[in-house]
Design a protein around this ligand. Structure first.
Ligand code: UTP
Length: 291
């Protein structure tokens, strides 16, 4: 069994739900207090033992490359001013043993298409796909838990979470029949089903461990829900040939692709932040008393 050493971060979406901020910058650079979403995602991958980070970028995404690069001017300036702590923060964005690789998705044709763009870099290996706008608050990270399952079961592993039935049309939904427990064999998977026809309420969230055969399926899928090339449709095609497990991870997921989820994550992480936690708590109490 091949070890998982590569993670693909599709960051080429248009981020329309966050306009106007996403007009000229990447949704994945939005901060949770003081750290961008994409850095949380990369840290989760590092904690899972992954060493090669493959970013699928598009127009307006240059800030992501700059974020993981050396910042000469900033570092020199901080050094001159003797700001050692801030210098460490700027330098430790990514550990030195990590490789960052960038490929472009020329057009936002969908998540499946973005993953296919990473094929020349991933090659003939199993790999992770991490969507940075699904922020998962847990320790050890959700991806580490999934890699442990993969190393035991040697098959694709897809993170799922129970959602309200009225929300199924926002997610890929899996059918695991009567199976129970944290790891369930997937019988079928469907993208954005209406609540009335959804096979379950187990929704796919942004963490996948996939085998290289997914690329062959992505080559063949046609445009699906929303006119996009859907990763879900390629997984559905692969299910007839390979086993895949739905995995219910530990921890809390924040949908930071939506405004409400993003604000909730900022409040939760802000309350825990050593610099601003107490001040934020007092502020929230204050506005609650006023209402
Ligand atoms: P979303 O479904 O959240 O789409 O993509 P989006 O474009 O980012 O945001 P909205 O819905 O317009 O607000 C899920 C993930 O897949 C990536 C996105 O960057 C995000 O991480 N993606 C999506 C791509 O990389 N390319 C695409 O063509 C589509």
């Amino acid at each position: 069994m091949k070890k998982i050493t590569k993670a693909v971060f599709p960051v080429a979406g248009l981020g329309t739900r966050f306009l106007p901020v996403t007009k000229a910058t990447a949704k994945e650079m939005l901060p949770i207090v003081d750290k961008p979403l994409i850095q949380f995602a990369v840290e989760e991958a590092v904690d899972a033992g992954i060493t090669d980070m493959v970013f699928v970028t598009g127009r307006t995404k240059r800030a992501i490359e700059d974020h993981f690069d050396k910042a000469y001017e900033l570092e020199t300036e901080l050094e001159l001013r003797g700001k050692q702590k801030l210098l460490d923060v700027a330098r430790e964005v990514v550990p030195s043993h990590i490789n960052c690789i960038y490929v472009r998705q020329p057009e936002a044709l969908g998540l499946g298409h973005a993953v296919l763009c990473a094929r020349p870099v991933v090659g003939h290996e199993p790999f992770a796909v991490v969507l940075a706008d699904d922020l998962i608050d847990s320790s050890p990270g959700a991806l580490k838990e999934m890699v442990d399952v993969y190393e035991r079961e040697a098959c694709s592993v897809i993170a799922v979470e129970n959602v309200a039935r009225e929300d199924t049309s926002s997610y890929g939904i899996v059918d695991c029949g009567d199976a129970t427990g944290a790891e369930r064999p997937i019988k079928a998977i469907v993208e954005k089903p209406e609540p009335a026809v959804a096979p379950s309420t187990l929704a796919v969230v942004g963490r996948y461990l996939l085998t290289e055969e997914i690329f062959g399926e992505l080559d063949n899928v046609t445009r699906g829900a929303g006119g996009e090339i859907q990763l879900t449709d390629a997984i559905a095609a692969l299910l007839g040939k390979q086993r895949a497990l739905a995995y219910s991870f530990n921890g809390t997921r924040y949908d930071c692709g939506s405004k409400l989820g993003y604000l909730q994550a900022n409040i939760q992480f802000g309350l825990r932040h050593p610099e601003v936690g107490d001040g934020l708590r007092a502020f929230l109490r204050n506005i609650e008393n006023q209402s």
